[in-house]
Structures are given as structure tokens and as C-alpha cells.
Design a protein around this ligand. Structure first.
Ligand code: ADP
Ligand code: MG
Length: 235
């Protein structure tokens, strides 16, 4: 069973008496451990799709199964729970808390677990994983853009998600730093069997992904399912 299966997913927005169709009835799958990149022109529905995958929004019609469960039937509170158990987010702007150290930022999503020692242990281990073992007690303004994004990646993994969603994760980084971040996503897919789905304008992201899904005007024009996975990243 796929981690995510979307069937005939439609998303419409009503604005000023007009209906905007952001997703025009799309079918898609995401497998465990797969690195999928969503590309397409501005306004093609990329962020809408990512928000639906992230349980931040619900489709107007169609079904989305997450680990076999129809997420459209969940209450808002259940969706919030499922999101924190299953999904990690990385954004273009890193959204770190400026008054917290790198380690404290990574700990934030796990504070409610009520296991402070285990949370600190995990945060430390994750920061070491992304090459920031010597920056644990640094504040965000003492870190470079690439380092901040690596803190954000460590934070997205602290609750051991099955799915990591990233909207333009390299958008604020130079090419070399972007390469380091994309390498990190590839490692996460391999080592932790986490599925990574990125939205991007950067052509070179496709070089790292197992599969590129292309959206135009709310329709998928290529790469909808895992059979299109090139699977050559691990080669
Ligand atoms: P992308 O991320 O590919 O640029 P989006 O998913 O943000 O595209 O948007 C897809 C379409 O849906 C666009 O036409 C956009 O204007 C419209 N749209 C997105 N969000 C909203 C919203 N909250 N209300 C109304 N229209 C929206
Ligand atoms: Mg967008």
C-alpha cells in the first residue's frame, strides 16, 4: 500500500463569486522512502497540492488516503493529531524562533511529548546528523542560510514523520548550499524510509528526486505514480 493515494482530487476556491479550480481532478501516489519533486509554473496548483498532502487543507472532491486512512473524513482535531504524528514541514523561510538555540528550535515540535531528556537526545542526534553538532547552542542569527535550513530539516524530523513536505526549500539558498540540502533529503529517504515531497522552481532539484511530478493548470501532465519513478538516485 502506498503511503499516500489521491484519487480524482479536486480543489476549488470561491473568491468574489468566482470559482478558481486549483486542482482539476488529479490522481497521485507517494511511496514510502520516495523523493518526489513537484514542478510547474506559478499558479499551477503546487502549493495547493502540498497543503492537501500536509493535511493543512481538504479537497473539495475526491479522496486522499494517508497510510490507508481517508483523511477527508477526519475532524479538524484529528487532522491536527495525524499531522503531528505523521508529517514534517520545511519551508523556504526557515521560521526558526530567534530567541531559541538550534537545539531548542529542533525540540519545539516534541515539547508536548513530556519526555524532555529524550527530546534533547533526539534533537542533538538530528543536528549531528545534518552536520551541526558543533552549533547546538548557536542562535539562528549566528547561522548561515544553509545552516538554518539544516536546523529546520532536523526540526521536521524530531517526531519521526513518514512524510516530509518542503515548499521551495532551496529558494533562499545559493546553488552549492541547495545541493547540500537536497543531498540531505536524499539521505533521509534512504536512511529513515521517510517520503520527501518538495515543491520547487529550481530545475536542478529534479537531478536529486526519484520522480518529478509536473503540474500545469491544476492537472498532472507527467509523473503521477511510482511506476514513473526513475529509481536511479540510489544506483
Ligand atoms: P502554485 O503554488 O503552483 O503557484 P497555488 O496552489 O498557490 O499555485 O495556486 C493555484 C491556483 O489557485 C491559483 O490560480 C491561485 O490563484 C489559486 N488559489 C490558491 N490559493 C487560493 C485561495 N486561498 N483563495 C483563492 N484562490 C487561491
Ligand atoms: Mg506555491
Amino acid at each position: 500500500m502506498s503511503l499516500v493515494t489521491g484519487t480524482d482530487v479536486v480543489k476549488e476556491y470561491e473568491t468574489g463569486g468566482e470559482t478558481v479550480r486549483a486542482l482539476a481532478g488529479i490522481d497521485f501516489e507517494v511511496e514510502r522512502g520516495e523523493f518526489v519533486s513537484i514542478v510547474g509554473p506559478s499558479g499551477s496548483g503546487k502549493s495547493t497540492l502540498l497543503n492537501i498532502l500536509g493535511l493543512l487543507d481538504v479537497p473539495t472532491r475526491g479522496t486522499v488516503l494517508l497510510d490507508g486512512e481517508d483523511v477527508s473524513t477526519l475532524t479538524t482535531a484529528e487532522r491536527t493529531d495525524r499531522r503531528s504524528e505523521t508529517i514534517g514541514f520545511v519551508f523556504q523561510s526557515f521560521f526558526l524562533v530567534p530567541t531559541l538555540t538550534a537545539r531548542e528550535n529542533v525540540e519545539v515540535p516534541r515539547l508536548l511529548a513530556g519526555e524532555p531528556k529524550e527530546t534533547t537526545r533526539r534533537a542533538t542526534e538530528l543536528l549531528e546528523r545534518v552536520g551541526l553538532g558543533d552549533r547546538l547552542d548557536h542562535y539562528p542569527d549566528e547561522l548561515s542560510g544553509g545552516q538554518k535550513q539544516r536546523v529546520a530539516i532536523a526540526r521536521s524530523l524530531v517526531n519521526q514523520p513518514d512524510l516530509l513536505l518542503a515548499d521551495e526549500p532551496t529558494g533562499n539558498l545559493d546553488r552549492d548550499t541547495g545541493d547540500v540540502i537536497l543531498d540531505e533529503f536524499g539521505q533521509i529517504c534512504e536512511d529513515d524510509d521517510v517520503a520527501v515531497v518538495t515543491v520547487t522552481h529550481d530545475d536542478y532539484v529534479a537531478d536529486y528526486a526519484d520522480r518529478v511530478v509536473e503540474l500545469i493548470d491544476g492537472s498532472i501532465v507527467s509523473g503521477a505514480d511510482a511506476e514513473h519513478s526513475r529509481g536511479d538516485r540510489r544506483a
